[in-house]
Design a protein around this ligand. Structure first.
Ligand SMILES: [Zn+2]
Ligand SMILES: [Zn+2]
Length: 394
C-alpha cells in the first residue's frame, strides 16, 4: 500500500489513500464537501453509534392496544405493553449509517405499571473496527382510548340496517344469518386495515332485527347480501342527524330490508289457482316451488314476483309421518289421515316413493298432502339450508 499525500483535515495526520472505486471514499453525505476523510482517531472521536431519545412516550389504547403515531391510531398487533415498548424503541432508535453487520438485543425491565426501561445492546463493524454500545431508554405508556373504541363505547353509529319481512316476522334463521353477515362484513373490512368498521349494536325488535353499524358502506353491504341470499328488497333513507365540527351536515342512512312473504319450506295455497298447494323452494326473484299434488315445478310470473296472493298452509316442519295404506294408481295414493287414522285417498306427487311404508304429510285447510321427505340424512337439504326437491334428480 502506498502512503498517500492526504492528511486528516482536523489533526493533520496522514491518512491512507482510498481509491475512487472504494465505496468508503464517497463524500460523507452528512458533511457534503468533505473531500478528505478524517483519520480513524478523529472519526471515532465524533462517532456516535446509536442515536437514542432520552425517553419515549407512547399512547396506547387501553381497550384494543392500538398505538398513536403521528396524528392517527395504528393497530400494531402487539400482545402486551412490552411488545409495544419494543416496537416503539426499534422505531425510535437510529443506527449510524456507516456501521455494518449491526445486531441488537433488548431486555425490557418493568419499573412501574406504566414504565418499561428498555436496555438495548448493539454491536456492529465500522472501518474494520468492531463497535458496541449499550443504551437505556425508558418507555412511558399512557393508557388512552382510541377514536374507534371511544365511538364504540359511545354507541356511535352511522347507519341502521332494519331486517323486516312482508306480512310476517323474519325467521330465526334469517335473523341469525343477518348477524353473521354483519360480523363477516366488518371482519373483512378490518382485515383490509379499516379501523372504522364495527357493529355498534344488534337488537331484536318485535318485527325483526336492527343492526347499527359504523359506516353507511357496511350497512349497504349487509342489506345487499341479505337480499341476495333471501330475496326481497332494500330501500335506503337519509336522516340529517347533526353537523360536525366543520359545519358539515351529517346524515345517517337507514337501510330497510324487506324479506319476501314466503320462505323456503313453507306450503302455500295460491289464490285463483287450482293447481294445488305449492311447497316454496326459493323466494329470490320470482317465487319458485313444487306442487305438492303432482311434484311439478311452479314459478310465479313477473308481476307477482316473490309475493303472489296466497294462504299459508304450513311448513315442512309441520309434516308428520303417516302410514301408506295402498298405492291406487299413478295419480292417487291411500294414506292414514294423521288425525283421524282413517284411510284417505290423496294426490300422488311424482316424488312419492311407491316402496315407502310411511310418508310425511301435511294436514291443513286444503286437505292432506304428501310432502317430500325432508330428512337431512337423505340429502334433501342442500347447502343453502332450504329444501330443493330437484337436487337429487337424475
Ligand atoms: Zn485526525
Ligand atoms: Zn382502541
Amino acid at each position: 500500500m502506498s502512503e498517500s499525500r492526504a492528511f486528516c483535515p482536523r489533526c493533520g495526520d496522514p491518512v491512507p489513500d482510498r481509491s475512487a472505486s472504494d465505496a468508503d471514499a464517497a463524500a460523507d453525505p452528512l458533511r457534503p464537501g468533505t473531500e478528505v476523510e478524517l483519520c480513524d482517531s478523529c472519526y471515532f472521536d465524533d462517532f456516535d453509534f446509536i442515536d437514542a431519545p432520552d425517553r419515549i412516550d407512547v399512547q396506547v389504547c387501553a381497550r384494543c392496544g392500538a398505538v398513536h403515531r403521528g396524528n392517527r391510531w395504528v393497530d400494531v398487533g402487539a400482545q402486551d405493553y412490552t411488545d409495544i415498548a419494543i416496537e416503539e424503541v426499534s422505531e425510535a432508535l437510529a443506527v449510524h449509517v456507516d456501521v455494518e453487520d449491526v445486531a441488537w438485543q433488548v431486555e425490557p425491565e418493568q419499573v412501574g405499571e406504566n414504565t418499561i426501561r428498555m436496555h438495548a445492546y448493539f454491536t456492529g463493524v465500522v472501518r474494520d473496527t468492531p463497535v458496541e454500545e449499550q443504551v437505556m431508554v425508558p418507555v412511558k405508556i399512557a393508557r388512552q382510548t382510541c377514536t374507534r373504541c371511544g365511538r364504540i363505547a359511545g354507541d356511535y353509529y352511522a347507519s341502521i340496517v332494519q331486517i323486516r319481512a312482508e306480512d310476517r316476522t323474519p325467521t330465526s334463521e334469517e335473523v341469525d344469518r343477518a348477524k353473521e353477515i354483519a360480523n363477516q362484513v366488518v371482519a373483512d373490512m378490518e382485515a383490509t386495515g379499516d379501523r372504522n368498521a364495527f357493529v355498534t349494536e344488534t337488537s331484536e325488535t318485535d318485527d325483526g332485527l336492527d343492526i347499527k353499524v359504523s359506516t353507511n358502506k357496511i350497512g349497504k353491504k349487509i342489506s345487499n347480501k341479505m337480499v341476495e341470499e333471501f330475496g326481497g328488497t332494500v330501500n335506503d333513507a337519509e336522516t340529517l342527524v347533526t353537523e360536525d365540527q366543520d359545519g358539515n351536515e351529517v346524515y345517517r342512512v337507514t337501510f330497510a330490508v324487506r324479506l319476501p312473504p314466503y320462505t323456503p319450506g313453507e306450503v302455500i295455497d295460491l289464490a285463483d289457482d287450482d293447481g294445488g298447494p305449492v311447497l316454496v323452494r326459493s323466494a329470490r326473484g320470482n317465487l319458485k316451488g313444487t306442487r305438492v299434488t303432482t311434484g311439478e315445478r311452479y314459478e310465479a310470473d313477473y308481476e307477482e314476483g316473490n309475493s303472489p296472493e296466497a294462504r299459508r298452509l304450513g311448513d315442512l316442519d309441520d309434516a308428520v309421518e303417516t302410514t301408506v295404506v295402498t298405492v291406487e294408481d299413478e295419480n292417487a295414493v291411500q294414506v292414514l289421515d294423521p288425525e283421524t287414522f282413517q284411510a284417505k285417498t290423496v294426490a300422488r306427487p311424482d316424488y312419492f316413493d311407491p316402496d315407502a311404508q310411511t310418508v310425511p304429510v301435511l294436514k291443513s285447510r286444503a286437505g292432506v298432502h304428501v310432502l317430500p321427505d325432508s330428512d337431512p340424512d337423505t340429502g334433501d337439504e342442500d347447502d343453502d339450508g332450504y329444501y330443493d326437491p330437484y337436487e337429487n334428480d337424475g
